[in-house]
Design a protein around this ligand. Structure first.
Ligand code: ADP
Ligand code: MG
Length: 338
């Protein structure tokens, strides 16, 4: 017998989980993205002990039919793409079919789901092994509870930071998801206390105010710009309203939060000399573009994307911001003495 053999499924999933599920916040990201892909209008996130107790995401989306429930927990099983062509035109947040099997391989997972007919399904997995599968109430949507995170990967568990840090990473991800999806009502409750709620009425400025404060919400300028390939829209803060870190800038591409150094730099360039050294604006912009212009399959967690025509987009971003700020300066009495 040769020395080379295929890894068993649970082990393969645990290895994949190493890339996708780094910490409690990654679970929230993956579950909420699934809820968004399921066209949910309302998503409630309930966590205890910074994720080391329980992480629960409840949505009112399309649910999973009974026949598909076990499939959803298989690796590379997805309803979101079929062909190679689809991969170049991804419109959904997910497509790799890795999140659910990865999560299930390193935790205890209970899911109840229903497509809204007269039945629902419950599935329970522990460390990647199914322990229960049964009918459940027919409430349309999906409810996933994750417990005992990293119980079987002690190194991962040890690597986690303090509860305070893990919680703030969760808050950060939830903020970005809410900013990227103002038309979805998202709530976050931690240890019984509601920390965040968005109305889901499509009003981005309101979401900004809910996250960065009402005062900040009032000092935002609406921006809009487009060229042949890109449409950008969102809010940027008046130059008088700045923060000491770049993390208050949120860029989404087709409503997916991404980190991109060049595009962040383009935003700052748009302010020209109006920003003091070491100060950064509060910005939330979305860029709509043909999915063919962006490769989202660069990073397992899809934080980074590769863009064609990045220089052209950078120019559009800085020009749009520059113009809007210049216009603002022509209006007397905006009270930018603060
Ligand atoms: P991916 O999102 O990349 O397809 P996942 O492992 O996250 O992979 O999910 C597998 C499949 O399970 C999805 O393609 C989808 O069909 C289904 N699914 C997961 N979460 C939900 C949800 N909240 N509502 C409806 N379907 C879901
Ligand atoms: Mg997914």
């Amino acid at each position: 017998m040769g020395k080379i053999h295929e890894l068993d499924n649970v082990l393969a999933n645990q290895i994949a989980a190493g890339e996708v599920i780094e910490r409690p916040a990654s679970i929230i990201k993956e579950l909420v993205e699934n809820s968004l892909d399921a066209r949910s209008k309302r998503i409630d996130i309930i966590v205890t002990k910074a994720g080391l107790g329980e992480l629960r995401v409840i949505d009112d989306g399309i649910g999973i039919a009974e026949d598909d429930v076990k499939e959803a927990f298989k690796r590379h099983a997805t309803s979101k793409i079929n062909t190679r062509q689809d991969l170049f035109r991804v419109q959904t947040m997910g497509f790799r079919g890795e999140a659910l099997p990865s999560i299930a391989s390193v935790a205890d997972v209970l899911m109840t789901t229903s497509t809204g007919g007269d039945a629902g399904t419950m599935i329970h997995l522990h460390g990647g092994k199914m322990t229960d599968f049964a009918p459940a109430p027919a409430r349309r949507g999906t409810d996933v509870t994750v417990k005992e995170l990293f119980f079987n990967t002690p190194a991962r568990l040890k690597y986690l930071k303090s509860p305070h840090t893990e919680l703030s990473r969760m808050v950060d991800i939830i903020d970005r998801l809410a900013l990227a999806n103002p038309d979805v009502a998202i709530s976050f409750t931690h240890d019984g206390k509601e920390l965040f709620r968005s109305a889901g009425n499509g009003n981005l400025q309101q979401v900004i105010a809910a996250i960065y404060g009402v005062k900040a919400g009032r000092k935002m300028l609406l921006i809009q710009g487009e060229d042949n390939d890109f449409q950008i829209s969102g809010y940027v803060s008046l130059p008088e309203l700045t923060r000491a870190s770049r993390q208050y800038m949120t860029i989404t591409i087709n409503h997916r939060y991404v980190r991109n150094y060049q595009l962040s730099k383009a935003i700052i360039d748009g302010y020209g000399s109006k920003l003091m050294v070491g100060r950064y604006p509060i910005v939330v912009i979305n860029i709509d573009l043909d999915p063919l212009l962006v490769d989202v399959n660069v990073h397992p967690a899809k934080r980074e994307v590769r863009l064609s025509k990045e220089p052209q987009l950078s120019l559009l971003i800085s020009d749009t911001i520059r113009r809007q700020i210049a216009k603002q300066n022509l209006i007397p009495d905006v009270g930018d003495k603060a």
